[in-house]
Design a protein around this ligand. Structure first.
Ligand code: AMP
Length: 452
């Protein structure tokens, strides 16, 4: 299958070709023809499957098929995303794929000045990519009119709901015209997502490219059991000894991200933190520095990391496991993107054994255990409730679900810790070989990606 068979026109094919894409990914092969037929689509797609091009390419194509006269503040297409980073990345994709087309797009999100955004809309745009809060703000000020919208895309709908945007989404839906094409993308399908889909979509076609809640087969996953206090040192050791140059590290809290960044810097590993307490400018700079290789490690919380798209990101490390198992899938989805291999390593302390169990249940597989000399667990350390930090946890992680982790730590942590510690110890000899073999391979991966 090649892009030329999908019904896209020459200027778009040229832009795709310049990206070096030769074959559509499965989601693209399925979604593009359906969207071009103006069908409503409900798409189940993991992160990293190429879903952005799956909707942006046919959107550009359709927008080129007619040229209505827009009144001031009217737009033709709206993409709603949960985070600023994802909005910026979708916008970047639209600019890239649409570089030979006379269509104008802009991105709207909070945390930066509203006036330049309004000024852009005033000049006239066809496509807006937005996060819900700022979009509603601009609409309420009378600077945006959705009454002529031709296409509406709800991207990463599951994450939108997780982040508490359900009311904002409903407000936006009320402002859309009855006759429009709608697409809904979600990695998982809860009851709430199905309800949202029922409200929004008109006899949609369902497409799914990967089993729900499973982690990509292209990602090699492993776990290293380690005492909590030794995690920072082990992290520096792993990054330093493997000479990894581009590593995305996840912490559970914003405070934890800052602290770990300082520790990495202290150990001579350049790093920056990205989380909700950072200004938009700082977030953008951290991401840009990470992408261009100026820093080796980006330490992120879950919400901030959502939407981070870096081509061929070779390594993701969970410094702490997430409270919500689905977040594990999202986190490791940052590597192994669009058919490239990736490695995801989780550092797991005795407090987190229940979280690991829940993750393995969700992904329906046992994650390989590795061990590095000198970082054996101390079996006398007992599990403690997981601290999410005062106001530092992610919105939902700090709430009810965080409690799950706490309960687990208290009630069953003791037994679990024994069996898992045992597993960690038993695996030492076997895994050491794995680690050194892995090192060579990892080094190769890093070099390959650097050369690209
Ligand atoms: P997405 O799932 O949309 O975030 O895309 C994941 C990554 O895959 C991005 O880095 C895209 O640039 C890349 N990508 C998208 N489509 C293709 C394709 N057909 N071939 C290779 N890479 C692609």
């Amino acid at each position: 299958m090649s892009f030329t068979k999908l019904g896209l026109s020459e200027p778009i094919l040229k832009a795709i070709d310049e990206q070096g894409y030769t074959t559509p990914t499965p989601i693209q092969a399925q979604a593009i023809p359906l969207v071009l037929e103006r069908k409503d689509v409900l798409a189940g797609a993991q992160t990293g499957t190429g879903k952005t091009a799956g909707f942006t390419l046919p959107m550009l194509e359709l927008l080129m098929q007619n040229k209505p006269q827009l009144k001031k503040y009217q737009i033709r297409s709206l993409v709603l995303t949960p985070t600023r980073e994802l909005a910026a990345q979708v916008h970047e994709s639209i600019e890239t794929y649409g570089k030979y087309l006379p269509l104008r797009s802009t991105v709207i999100f909070g945390g930066v000045g509203i006036n330049p955004q309004i000024a852009k809309i005033k000049k006239g745009v066809d496509i807006i990519i937005a996060t819900p809060g700022r979009l509603l703000d601009i609409i309420s000020q009378g600077f945006l009119d959705l009454s002529c919208l031709e296409m509406f895309v709800l991207d990463e709908a599951d994450r939108m709901l997780d982040m508490g945007f359900v009311h904002d989404i409903k407000k936006v839906l009320k402002l859309l015209p009855a006759s429009k094409q709608s697409l809904l993308f979600s990695a998982t399908f809860s009851k709430e997502i199905k309800q949202l889909a029922d409200n929004l979509l008109d006899t949609p076609t369902l497409i799914e490219v990967a089993r729900r809640n499973t982690s990509s087969e292209m990602i090699s996953q492993s776990v290293h059991f380690v005492d909590k206090g030794k995690k920072p040192e082990l992290l520096s050791h792993i990054i330093g000894s493997n000479n990894w140059t581009q590593v995305l590290v996840f912490t559970r809290t914003k405070h934890g991200a800052n602290k770990l960044t300082k520790k990495l810097e202290f150990d001579g590993i350049s790093a920056a933190a990205i989380h909700g307490n950072k200004s938009q400018g700082a977030r953008t700079k951290a991401l840009a520095d990470f992408k261009d290789g100026s820093i080796r490690v980006l330490v992120a919380t879950d919400i901030a990391a959502r939407g981070i798209d870096i081509d061929q990101l070779p390594h993701v490390i969970n410094f702490e496991l997430p409270n919500v198992p689905e977040d594990y899938v999202h986190r490791i989805g940052r590597t192994g993107r669009a058919g490239n291999e990736g490695e995801a390593l989780s550092l797991v302390c005795v407090d987190e054994h229940d979280l690991l169990k829940n993750i393995q249940k969700l992904i329906k597989k046992e994650i390989k255990v590795i061990a590095i000399d000198g970082y054996d667990v101390d079996p006398s350390i007992k599990a403690e409730p997981i601290q999410n930090g005062r106001g530092g946890g992610q919105k939902r992680g700090g709430g009810q679900r965080a409690g799950q982790g706490q309960r687990g730590g208290n009630s069953r942590g003791g037994n679990d810790s024994k069996s898992s510690n045992q597993r960690g110890r038993n695996s030492n000899n076997r895994s050491r070989g794995d680690v050194s073999r892995g090192d060579a391979r990892k080094q190769g991966t890093t070099n390959r990606s650097r050369n690209r």
